[in-house]
Design a binder for this molecule. Structure first.
Ligand code: UDX
Length: 446
């Protein structure tokens, strides 16, 4: 089939490239000329494992191209996919101006029947608005559909080519059959439903996953007080198939471009129809508080943060991505700066992006995990990059001024900690906090 994808961001680029890999002819469109130039030259504007090779292969096969010319690409396409951003407005509501702008451009370029698909995450009712908007600008026939995207950053190609399910909310049976045929090679569950339900499935799924994370984080906080181990609790819970084992890793909370934005948007969507989504509001509040537990633990360990040197391992909101949007490290480092601490920070790939959002003369940007740890009073592990787990605690002990570790992602095992001299704070594993706080304080402030 002939497709064009409007918006070469995470979702648009990955979906477009994967549809090309499935044998379709795909044109990816973006207004950003630099981005299109980079893609045409074989570059990739985002860090995503596997993407570069797929682009090269599909461009060489003549199935994939890039342009800034929406009109020409729409005229050639049978299926038009809208994948532009829907960032949060200050109210928490999704900003729909980009998607409405793209819909107008599509309407004005129409030259015959098209299936117009929204992949951007949009509030319930938006696809019907888009349908009306397009109908008001063109007399050509068309159908619309909401096909939400569930890919995760860092495993986007894998998720797109091997999804758990495809949800197709279609305006009519013909649209449903065209899009079922498009997705058939993925050999997965294909659910066809109405447009509003499809739009809601996306928000409800992300809100539910965010809820699981905040739930296990609160259980972890209670574990710390009652002497249970949250990793064992999560394991035991996850064996119940009704609960499932995924998304039960306690830590410093979720970040990224989706969960924070989509949870706020769903609270707003509910609020707009006079429904207070109390549970989801608490999920958001718990998530925010969880980040600051790192500061609380540092204060417990060091007493005073002013003048202390704190190492930070990990700036990205999760491993295998250079994305720092709403990363817990932003809030944590901001608090440390406000408390008068010096910071030594390291991330394998996200430092450049992070520095665009937070920079200070009080932060030393290290080139390795070891360099960040040098001379630190305490080290905070904020993103579970694989390379951090490979650094021996003995080696760290030699590098740091005081062997104090706040492990925000429960990376180190009980065995590693027991064999080390570290004062160790994890999330919800109080039996590993092998530190005598009073003793440690007396060493630090004799
Ligand atoms: C998420 C959804 O998984 C995806 O379906 C949707 O399309 C976009 O949003 P993504 O933001 O890429 O994907 O990351 P994900 O791997 O889901 O992690 C989100 C955040 O939750 C990360 O900050 C991660 O550290 C945190 N997390 C995840 C936990 O703290 N604990 C867990 O058990 C799982």
């Amino acid at each position: 089939m002939k497709l064009c994808v409007i918006g070469a961001g995470y979702v648009g680029l990955v979906s477009g490239i994967c549809f090309a890999a499935l044998g379709n002819t795909v044109v990816c469109i973006d207004q950003n000329e630099d981005k299109i130039r980079q893609l045409r030259a074989g570059g990739v504007p985002i860090y995503e494992p596997g993407l570069k090779a797929l682009i090269k292969d599909n461009v060489e096969q003549g199935r994939l191209s890039f342009t800034t010319d929406t009109t020409a690409a729409v005229k050639e396409a049978e299926i038009v996919i809208l994948a532009v951003g829907t960032p949060s407005l200050p109210s928490g509501e999704a900003n729909l101006s980009y998607i409405e702008g793209a819909a107008c451009e599509v309407a004005d370029a129409m030259n015959g029947y098209k299936v117009i698909v929204t992949k951007s995450t949009v509030p319930v009712g938006t696809n019907e608005r888009i349908q009306n908007l397009i109908a008001s600008r063109t007399s050509h026939p068309f159908g619309v559909a909401s096909v939400p995207e569930f890919l995760r950053e860092g495993s986007a190609v894998l998720d797109t080519l091997h999804p758990d399910r495809i949800v197709i909310g279609a305006s009519d049976p013909h649209v449903a059959s065209v899009l079922t045929a498009l997705h058939e090679p993925l050999t997965t569950n294909i659910l066809t439903t109405d447009i509003r339900s499809a739009e809601m499935i996306k928000y409800a799924s992300n809100a539910f996953l965010a809820t699981k994370i905040s739930f296990i984080n609160e259980i972890a906080n209670i574990c710390e007080k009652v002497g249970a181990d949250v990793t064992r609790v999560a394991h035991g819970m996850g064996l119940d198939q009704r609960i499932g084992s995924s998304f039960l890793s306690a830590g410093i909370g979720y970040g990224g471009s989706c969960f924070p934005k989509d949870t706020q948007a769903l609270i707003q969507i509910a609020g707009n129809v006079d429904y207070e989504f109390k549970l989801l509001k608490s999920v958001v509040e718990v998530n925010q508080g969880q980040r600051f537990n790192v500061i609380r633990k540092l204060e417990e360990a060091l007493g005073e943060l002013e003048g202390a040197t704190i190492g930070i391992w990990g700036l990205a909101f999760k491993p295998n991505t250079d994305d720092v949007r709403d990363a817990p490290a932003l809030d944590i480092m901001q608090s440390l700066l406000e408390a008068g601490a010096q910071i030594r920070a390291y991330d394998p790939i996200a430092t450049a992006n992070f520095r665009k959002l937070l920079d200070s003369s009080e932060i030393t940007w290290a080139d390795s995990a070891q360099e960040a740890a040098e001379g630190c009073d305490a080290l905070c592990l904020l993103t579970e990059w694989e390379e951090f787990g490979e650094v021996g605690l003995g080696e760290l002990n030699e590098l740091m001024k005081h062997p104090i570790m706040i492990d925000g992602r429960n990376v180190y095992s009980e065995e590693q900690i027991r064999r080390s001299a570290f004062a160790y704070y994890s999330v919800g594993r109080p039996q590993l906090n092998n530190m005598d706080v009073d003793y440690q304080r007396s060493v630090l402030n004799p």
